[in-house]
Design a protein around this ligand. Structure first.
Ligand SMILES: O=P(O)(O)OC[C@H]1O[C@H](OP(=O)(O)OP(=O)(O)O)[C@H](O)[C@@H]1O
Ligand code: HPA
Length: 188
């Protein structure tokens, strides 16, 4: 069997055996609820929303169309998993284009796991002179390995148990970001 075929079979098995933690409908409902809170928090402001690529893109797209405020969209690409299921140092692949000095910055990402990625991005935004920096994630993974004890995002749509997750932007080995709910990889 060629490597590509083996990988394809693994990807199909992972999807088939996955445990659904939040259905596609539950995810959409949670995002809609979160959007009210974000809209309220930024009422009267003109924030810049920074999507963390690649994982944040699907959540950001779902969230932004429900935010009833004038906002600017930009993105950055920081990665520390690089297609693996355990993380290393944060690598900056693309920095934001917008000038963040004096701006209210909302960082949007798919998952707060250990939190190393978000902390590094917060530091970079503050170093650029952002007026305020808030974080917004689709999922907060529940465990006691956070980079700082009690670390939380300012806005969180859903919690998830301590599994390796995929779907709604989160990848398994670079694949299945397109799955519409939130799924846990079943371990063997
Ligand atoms: O809280 P942490 O433990 O730091 O992990 C969270 C980060 O890990 C994932 O990114 P990844 O490095 O996989 O890059 P990707 O978005 O391109 O998949 C995810 O999208 C978050 O940005
Ligand atoms: O559980 C996860 N799934 C996908 N990407 C991730 N990045 C950090 N944790 C995860």
């Amino acid at each position: 069997m060629s490597i590509a075929e083996e990988l394809q079979q693994e990807l199909m098995r992972v999807r088939r055996e996955a445990i659904e933690l939040h259905s596609a409908d539950q995810v959409q409902e949670a995002i809609a609820k979160l959007a009210f809170a974000v809209t309220e928090a930024y009422s009267g402001k003109v924030p810049v929303m920074l999507t963390v690529m690649n994982g944040g893109m699907i959540f950001a797209a779902e969230l932004v169309k429900r935010l009833d405020i004038p906002l600017e969209m930009d993105y950055l690409h920081a990665s520390r998993y690089l297609g693996e299921t355990s993380g290393g140092d944060v690598e900056w692949i693309v920095t934001p284009n917008a000038s963040l000095a004096g701006r209210d910055v909302l960082i949007v990402d798919d998952i707060l796991d250990v939190g190393t990625t978000l902390l590094s991005i917060i530091d970079a935004c503050k170093a650029q002179g952002a007026a305020s920096v808030k974080t917004c994630v689709l999922v907060d993974k529940q465990h006691d390995r956070k980079a700082k004890p009690g670390l939380k995002a300012d806005f969180t749509a859903l919690d998830a148990a301590d599994y390796y997750l995929f779907g709604m932007g989160m990848d398994y080995k670079g694949f299945w970001r397109n799955a519409p709910g939130i799924y846990a990889v079943k371990e063997h």
